[in-house]
Design a protein around this ligand. Structure first.
Ligand SMILES: [Zn+2]
Length: 55
C-alpha cells in the first residue's frame, strides 16, 4: 500500500487501484510518501487491505 500526497490530502492506494489513478497521479503530480505492507491499512478507493486472505 502506498501513501500518496495529493492536492486533496494524503490517501492510501493499493497496487490494484493505482492504474485507475495513473492520469491524476501524473497530471496532479502526486508523489509517494510511504510504501508499507501493513494489513491494517485500507485502500481509500476499494477499501480492501494489502494482504489477500485466501479462501
Ligand atoms: Zn484499492
Amino acid at each position: 500500500m502506498k501513501l500518496w500526497v495529493t492536492p486533496n490530502g494524503d490517501r492510501w492506494l493499493c497496487d490494484e487501484c493505482q492504474p485507475e489513478f495513473a492520469e491524476q497521479i501524473s497530471s496532479e503530480k502526486w508523489r509517494v510518501a510511504f510504501d508499507e505492507l501493513d494489513q491494517m491499512l485500507r485502500c481509500s478507493n476499494c477499501k480492501h487491505c494489502d494482504v489477500e486472505i485466501p479462501d
